[in-house]
Design a protein around this ligand. Structure first.
Ligand code: HEC
Ligand code: HEC
Length: 222
């Protein structure tokens, strides 16, 4: 389903859902419709339209520090919204917005963004001579095994384009957003995710490492 809708713009996704409403259960069609409406218009309970900050295509706004949502795994996005709503992932902007959505609305809007086009792999990320003195690229592509630190791409996929339902894409996010998240994992204002993996990773990064690896992925243009 996700693959099939990938090439459509949000408008087309809505129309395709209508056209296919025969084989889809009414509940699913309703859910998808709700997700698109929440993204574009917000909710009567007062949640702001997601597009205001996250862009009309869910592409984010690098200058303002609003992350890309398009094509991130729906399950991951729903978990983040639940986490914001429960104040586990602490953020003064997203906390109140997530609380204004009920659990079904969080699922629906996560499903909507998850079905939008994912970021394409950056051109040959491993091209050129990789040197250990280039800290950002080295951490991203090789890791630091003497400190039990795997390469970021081992979990986040080649070029940081994401893997499965649990590992979000880093490609397409700004360096400022990536750095802020690494600091949040490190200082505990954001939970470490499944098996606390990101707490373990971020805990092994110095401030200099965080800047270098964030610039590496933030500069890896979609
Ligand atoms: C006023 C601006 C604003 C609006 C409106 C907004 N967001 Fe956000 N959103 C943010 C910011 C800022 C962050 C980064 C928070 C952080 O640093 O942890 C964020 C982060 C997120 C994340 C985490 C992404 C990730 O990669 O982990 C999700 C999911 C999200 N927003 C969903 C939504 C949804 C759904 C809506 C609409 C109901 C919405 N946002 C409306 C500003 C906004
Ligand atoms: C062992 C697997 C693993 C490794 C290695 C790993 N990550 Fe992650 N990363 C995860 C998981 C799982 C999540 C999702 C956390 C959650 O659910 O909140 C994540 C989330 C993130 C996020 C948040 C993305 C967003 O949209 O908010 C950033 C940023 C990040 N990782 C950066 C890195 C960097 C940089 C490296 C390399 C230094 C790295 N990760 C290495 C597993 C890993």
């Amino acid at each position: 389903m996700r693959r099939r809708f990938r090439k459509f713009t949000p408008v087309w996704t809505g129309m395709a859902v209508l056209a296919l409403s025969g084989p889809l259960t009414p509940a699913l069609a309703q859910m998808k419709g709700d997700g698109a409406a929440i993204a574009a218009k917000g909710t009567p309970a007062g949640a702001l339209a997601c597009m205001t900050c996250h862009g009309t295509q869910g592409e984010g706004n690098a200058a303002a520090g609003f992350p890309r949502l398009a094509g991130l795994p729906a399950q991951y996005l729903a978990a983040q919204l639940d986490s914001f709503a429960a104040d586990k992932r602490q953020n003064p902007i997203m906390g109140p917005i997530a609380k204004q959505l009920d659990a079904a609305q969080r699922q629906a809007v996560a499903g909507y963004y998850g079905a939008l086009a994912p970021v394409a792999a950056p051109a040959s990320p491993e091209g050129g001579a990789l040197r250990q003195t280039d800290t950002g690229a080295w951490l991203a592509l090789r890791g630091r095994w003497d400190h039990d630190l795997p390469a970021c791409v081992q979990c986040h996929g080649p070029g940081g384009t994401g893997v499965g339902a649990a590992f979000p894409a880093l490609a397409g996010q700004s360096s400022a957003y990536i750095a802020a998240q690494l600091h949040a994992f490190k200082n505990g204002t954001r939970p470490g995710g499944p098996q606390d993996l990101m707490k373990a990773v971020a805990g092994k990064l110095s401030d200099g490492d965080i800047t270098a690896v964030s610039n590496y992925f933030g500069g890896a243009k979609p």
